[in-house]
Design a binder for this molecule. Structure first.
Ligand SMILES: Cc1ncc(C[n+]2csc(CCOP(=O)(O)OP(=O)(O)O)c2C)c(N)n1
Length: 591
């Protein structure tokens, strides 16, 4: 029997086991929406109607990051597709598996400046792993199969499929490919045994080794393997913003996050190590700081599925192209016997002692009071610690926006498991947190999903709150409200002599009323002593919640390595405070 392109699209989704599609309709995708009508009726596919296409892509992204499964998005041509571009670029920068289907004007009108025409394949070429324009309905099923395969294999990433409207109306037999075979795309996953042995012999000869784990450890499901490797060798572990949760941060071997706002001990350990083992990490500029001074004395091993990312920013000594889980398993299989490992672990005692000394000198620190203000001021770091303390037993999924609150969440919210931390690292996209939380809650209906967001960022996709209400999603959105574009304010304070420009936003929506208007529960808290009770109340509410937490407006994120600075010289809180905190009696005043 012949099916239309639109029906083939829907049948393909079923074959691919897609249960949720985030989208927004329009003229170019009307045939597809008509075919979806039947799939929704029989319960095979759930379509989530968002309020802005950027929200759809971030929701699919949150769905993917909370599960490891690819997220799916359906958008119309022209403005529908261009509204999605920020979300697509966000997913691309963080290597998130996603398939975006966009409608296109009919094939005979392409290039004609037709109504709602945009060159979506051209626009998204630099921010997708791959994209397709389907010109013949006979290609559609194969392209859908290939799109998912490309999005989820090798280094994951978003793949876009642009389908002209006439193709969705044309008919052909539905022929689903048995397997996907793309001769020009064969990611190598195994990792060369000779290289693995070379790496092990470097590690076993090291006196000051460090494991540096990135998002690749999450996406290859390598958490158990890397944790096993670290523990058997007794090597300290630091994780990137994208890697958080691939190794338990509560483990004594954890140095926590490294990089621009990483811990002092993590950055000092990186600077002073003699063997660096990078797994599924890409040596990005927020991690390396000044390249000439990055880990200069260390031999470097780099395990990565993407050969293009090896020796891209930093020249390495032992490259291993392969899937992190498979390569680390090979390392585990080739470790020496336990008595030798015990001896090796003992030999690292001076290194651990040095790291402990760095931690003693400069632990994560904030002053839990503000000079000249009463004791009721809420420090943002404390608020995040309090949210963590009250929710950690439920191992929540935590999404964020971008800014200071994001860095404090990374620093103070301990992640012990993968697929719990959902944040825009590479692109740094404000507005990500709320829709990503909605996507995560759709994916994990029984789990606790929290969004820790900024008062500026959350305004960028706030329209999606009503989607949470419509679907009765009990997400908890905590606004760390400092009435500033806080991270930009911090840079103006530190690097532009306090000349604050375009960062103050004292006039804000009444968040409690806004939550109410959107069918959610709203709370506001301005006093420290009230915060624990409000968190409890929000957690016990079945509605989506928006909690406006008024925090100290002038708090800054430390440690900090200024852009392009050396990771050997972080600015630490206790020293910075001596210079930057002024005894201003109004500094804690709230708008
Ligand atoms: C879409 C977008 N525009 C601009 C920026 C630049 N930027 C980074 S952080 C930030 C301020 C964020 O303020 P807020 O959401 O209140 O978070 P805070 O830093 O105060 O915690 C800005 C403007 C960005 N990251 N993303």
């Amino acid at each position: 029997m012949e099916l239309t392109g639109a029906q083939i699209f829907v049948e393909s989704l079923k074959k691919l086991k897609v249960d949720t599609l985030f989208g927004y309709p329009g003229g170019a995708v009307l045939h597809i929406y008509d075919a979806l009508h039947f799939a929704e009726k029989d319960g095979s596919i759930r379509h989530i109607l968002v309020r802005h296409e950027q929200g759809a892509v971030h929701m699919a992204d949150g769905y993917a990051r909370a599960t490891g499964k690819p997220g799916y998005v359906l958008l119309t041509s022209g403005p529908g597709a261009t509204n999605g571009v920020t979300g697509i670029a966000t997913a691309y920068m963080d290597s998130i598996p996603m398939v975006i289907i966009t409608g296109q004007v009919p094939t005979h009108l392409i290039g004609n400046d037709a109504f709602q025409e945009a060159d979506v394949v051209g626009i998204t070429r630099p921010c997708t792993k791959h994209n397709f324009l389907v010109k013949d309905v006979r290609d559609l099923a194969r392209v859908m199969a290939e799109a998912q395969y490309i999005a989820t294999s090798g280094r994951p990433g978003p793949v876009l499929v642009d389908i002209p409207k006439d193709v969705t109306a044309h008919k052909t037999a539905f022929a689903w490919p048995d397997r996907v075979d793309i001769p020009s795309y064969r990611p190598s996953t195994e990792g060369h045994l000779k290289q693995v042995k070379k790496a092990l012999s470097l590690i076993l000869g090291a006196k000051r080794p460090v494991l540096y784990l990135g998002g690749g450890c999450i996406w290859s499901n390598a958490a158990a393997e890397v944790t096993g490797l670290a523990r058997r060798l007794g090597i300290p572990v630091t994780q990137t913003l994208m890697g958080l949760g691939s190794f338990p941060m509560s483990d004594p071997l954890s140095l926590d996050m490294l990089g621009m706002h990483g811990t002092y001990r993590a950055n000092l350990a990186m600077s002073n190590c003699d063997v660096l083992v990078a797994i599924g990490a890409r040596f990005d500029d927020r991690v390396t700081g000044k390249l000439d001074e990055f880990c200069v004395g260390a031999k470097k091993i780099h395990v990565d599925i993407d050969p293009a990312s090896i020796s891209k920013n930093v020249e390495v000594d032992v490259p291993i192209v392969g899937d992190a889980r498979k390569v680390v398993q090979k390392m585990l299989d080739n470790l020496p016997p336990e008595p030798d490992l015990a001896k090796y672990r003992r030999s690292l005692a001076p290194w651990h002692a040095q790291i402990a000394e760095w931690e003693r000198q400069h632990p994560l620190f904030y002053q839990d009071w503000t000079p000249g203000s009463p004791g009721e001021v809420i420090k943002p770091q404390w608020a995040i610690q309090e949210i963590h303390r009250k929710t950690k037993a439920r191992s929540p999924v935590v999404t964020t926006d971008v800014g200071q609150h994001q860095m404090w969440a990374a620093q103070y919210f301990q992640f012990d498991r993968p697929f719990r931390w959902v944040t825009s690292g590479g692109l740094g996209t404000m507005g990500f947190g709320l829709p990503a939380a909605i996507g995560a809650q759709f994916a994990r209906p029984k789990d606790l999903v929290l969004a820790i967001v900024g008062d500026a960022s959350v305004q960028m996709c706030i329209q999606e709150l009503i989607v949470a209400s419509e679907h009765k999603l009990p997400i908890k959105v905590f606004i760390i409200n400092n009435i500033y574009l806080g991270m930009v304010r911090q840079w103006q304070e530190m690097f532009y002599d306090d000349r604050y420009t375009a960062v103050h936003i004292p006039l804000q929506p009444d968040w409690v009323k806004l939550a109410d208007a959107m069918g959610a529960a709203g709370f506001r808290v301005e006093q420290k002593s009230k915060l624990p009770g409000v968190i409890d109340e929000a957690l016990s509410t079945t509605k989506p919640c928006l909690v406006d937490i008024r925090v100290d407006p002038k708090e800054s994120v430390f440690p900090m390595i200024p852009a392009g600075g050396s990771i050997a010289n972080p600015i630490v809180a206790d020293e910075a405070l001596k210079v930057h905190v002024k005894d201003d009696p109004n500094s804690a005043s709230l708008s």
